[in-house]
Design a binder for this molecule. Structure first.
Ligand SMILES: [Zn+2]
Length: 329
């Protein structure tokens, strides 16, 4: 792969090139060009404690991501309200309308809508997921695939779901419904949540604990001290702000968003906390935090997390025809 100055490929991101132009790894309906900023710090862990000590910095400057022909021709998304988050009042209303006893019973009813939100141009295999947070909010997730790039960049519906919940500062998701049996990768990713074994998951039939899906798990408790925050718990990574010239107002917002995302990053195994922020053609900023797994490979990169934020906010265009899977509005 050819490397371009100021391009995302400099940081090992899933881009392919055609006619010397970047091809952004998002739904072909993605809108506008992007600016982006990655904040990445590597910490060395002390040998005696789980606290981080020492650090060296590896920061990338702001660059412009070229607008591809396909993107230039794509329509701009105009979605005012996220289809991926249902506020508690609305969830309660939906529960009553459907005559359901509890909010968790609403989750399986939302799966057909969640599946419609998937963007799997490679597999054509739509997966939808829904979770009830302890806040009373409901979150949806769907799988996203990026054609023409390595498959490990794929975002599974369950990872989307957890990232969506984390974006909204949800601290636990005790009930989850999924349209398909979760793959091993996602069963492992769930382990990164405290008391994961007690999370209740419904695929078909009744809710069953995650421990039914992944008995004898390997997880954070095998590698971390108990007091280290886990996924969905607040993180305040101690990072130093970069100094220097960063360009205009948008670049400054990108830099701050990437830094904030890096501070929230869950990277207790490598100490490589990272955040990524990008802006669409309208100057709206979307940021994502790097999230590690105790099994390492199921970790989710900050760029994928930023794409989740982008899609949750209505970016990348709608799929499955208009109308809003949750009733629009
Ligand atoms: Zn999966």
């Amino acid at each position: 792969m050819k490397k371009y100055k100021g391009c995302l490929c400099q940081i090992d991101l899933p881009l392919t090139y055609k006619d010397n132009q970047c091809k952004l790894p998002i739904c072909p309906q993605a809108s506008g060009g992007f600016k982006w900023h990655l904040h990445h710090h590597h910490h060395r862990r002390s040998s005696t404690a789980s606290r981080f000590t020492g650090k060296f910095e590896n920061s990338f400057s702001i660059s412009y991501l070229h607008r591809s022909r396909e993107m230039a021709a794509a329509p701009t998304a105009k979605i005012r309200r996220s289809r991926f988050v249902i506020e508690p009042e609305e969830a309660e209303q939906m529960r009553k309308e459907k005559g359901l006893e509890t909010l968790r019973d609403l989750l399986p009813a939302l799966l057909p809508a969640a599946r419609q939100l998937a963007r799997p141009p490679i597999s054509k295999f739509h997966v939808g997921a829904a979770a009830l947070g302890s806040s009373g909010r409901i979150y949806l997730g769907a799988n996203i695939e990026f054609p023409g790039v390595p498959l490990h960049q794929t975002i599974h519906a369950e990872q989307f779901l957890i990232t969506n919940a984390a974006l909204h500062s949800e601290t636990s998701i005790p009930f989850i419904a999924i349209s398909e049996l979760p793959c091993g990768h996602c069963r492992q990713f769930f382990q990164e949540i405290r008391s994961a074994s007690q999370i209740q998951i419904l695929v078909t039939g009744d809710f069953r604990p995650l421990s039914d899906f992944l008995p004898n798990p390997f997880g954070p408790s095998d590698l971390l001290h108990e007091e280290v925050p886990l996924l969905l718990e607040p993180h305040f990574n101690d990072l130093i702000e970069e100094v220097g010239e960063f360009g205009g107002e948008l670049e400054e917002r990108l830099r701050k968003a990437a830094l904030q995302a890096a501070r929230a990053s869950h990277a207790p195994y490598s100490g490589s906390v990272s955040g990524f922020a990008m802006a669409d053609g309208e100057g709206k900023v979307y940021a994502g935090s790097y999230t590690e797994s105790a099994a390492y490979n199921p970790s989710l990169g900050p760029v994928q997390a930023a794409f989740v934020a982008y899609v949750v906010a209505g970016g990348g265009g709608g799929v499955g025809g208009g109308g809003g899977a949750l009733g629009g509005g």
